[in-house]
Design a protein around this ligand. Structure first.
Ligand code: PBG
Length: 346
């Protein structure tokens, strides 16, 4: 190096960011984002009419659980320091309006009563949607000739917004009375937060919170979940109600509406494809913000790890850290239990 060059470079080297990366202790000291057990919400699938846990092929390590296995699983989650569960039901019978979801004896109300008694320290979050309960797999009542809600102005198969709101309110109150601490509407139905809030308040469940899936995109990453929850639509797709992944401003509008309607906390999904939306929501709103690392994100990391192409804990924890760094206060993740164990180990 010539003396001139050395002088020029030398000025720039007065700042050496690597100084603080020199040792594990220094790196730990300047780490800005740390994952902790309390960041996680653990999703569980409860299936009516089975005797033993059934593995979900596309989601390694995840199971459809019978009611009988639920308390032990919930206890294991609580012992890891994870504060909350999110429940998804797979009913024994489906019908046009998803009646299992608003029946006292439906799979989720039974699961909630059992869990509330068995593991009272856990916060119970009930995913509130109809796609697992309807025979057509859509997230509410669909337009069909001959039904009392038939609307000739709308095409057959169109998801009917306002009749669905009624059912969401009814089901939410049943879940709240069965023990849900939080109702998490995930159907992207217009007015869902307001409808659920008023049904809960009218029924004496003023203390039950609403975690709204405020910005939920029509994502290809929900594929494995639809196998797990038997909730794939039998015709069409969910693009009439879920957000177009191309849109940011529309997501912010959806979030604003849910805030106005009284949501207690907001959820954005899928997580890694929406880091920009999380960051924007964090900057604009002061409500607690959740992100859902969805089934496809989980399956993708597992699939690559099985090939030996990715390190499983490394890729999972890096994704979760990125989601938290972008602004999430809490994360729904199928990695929840593993992540807590990996963090404790290392
Ligand atoms: C709706 C719901 C879905 C997911 C969570 N709640 C499915 C959908 O919108 O099709 C997906 C979660 C995941 O992929 O892990 N009940």
């Amino acid at each position: 190096m010539t003396a001139t060059l050395e002088r020029e470079i030398g000025q720039h080297l007065r700042q050496r960011p690597r100084r603080l990366r020199r040792s594990p202790a220094l790196r730990k000291l300047v780490r800005e984002t740390a994952l902790r057990p309390a960041d996680f919400i653990c999703p569980l699938f409860v299936r009516d009419g089975i005797d033993a846990p059934l593995p979900i092929a596309s989601m390694p390590g995840q199971f459809q659980l019978p009611l009988a296995s639920l308390a032990a699983e919930a206890r294991a989650i609580a012992e890891l320091g994870i504060p909350a569960l999110m429940l998804f039901g797979i009913p024994a019978h489906k019908d046009g309006c998803g009646s299992d979801n608003f029946s006292e004896d439906g799979i989720i109300p039974r699961a909630l009563r059992l869990l509330k008694a068995a593991v009272p320290e856990l916060a119970l979050i009930s995913d509130m949607c109809f796609c697992e309960y309807t025979d057509h797999g859509h997230c509410g009542i669909v337009n069909s000739a001959g039904s009392p809600h038939f609307d000739a102005a709308l095409p057959p198969g169109y998801l009917l917004n306002d009749p669905t709101l009624d059912l969401l309110g009814r089901a939410s109150l049943i879940h709240a009375r069965a023990g849900a601490d939080v109702i998490a509407p995930s159907g992207m139905i217009d007015g869902m937060v307001a409808a659920i809030r008023s049904a809960l308040d009218a029924g004496g469940a003023q203390q039950t919170a609403i975690l709204s899936y405020a910005a939920k995109y029509a994502s290809a990453f929900y594929g494995p979940f639809r196998d797990a929850a038997h909730s794939a639509p039998s015709f069409g797709d969910r693009a009439q109600y879920q957000l177009d992944p191309a849109n940011t401003r529309e997501a912010l509008k959806e979030i604003a509406l849910d805030v106005e309607q009284g949501a207690d906390a907001l959820l954005i999904k899928p997580a890694l494809p929406c880091l920009d939306i999380l960051q924007a929501a964090r900057a604009r709103y002061d409500l607690p913000l959740a992100a859902y690392q969805v089934s496809g994100e989980y399956a993708m990391i597992h699939a690559a790890a099985r090939q030996g192409w990715l390190d499983l804990p490394g890729a999972a924890l890096e994704s979760l850290t990125a989601i938290k760094r972008a602004g999430a206060d809490m994360m729904v993740s199928y990695f929840a239990k593993d992540a807590v164990r990996w963090l404790a180990a290392g």
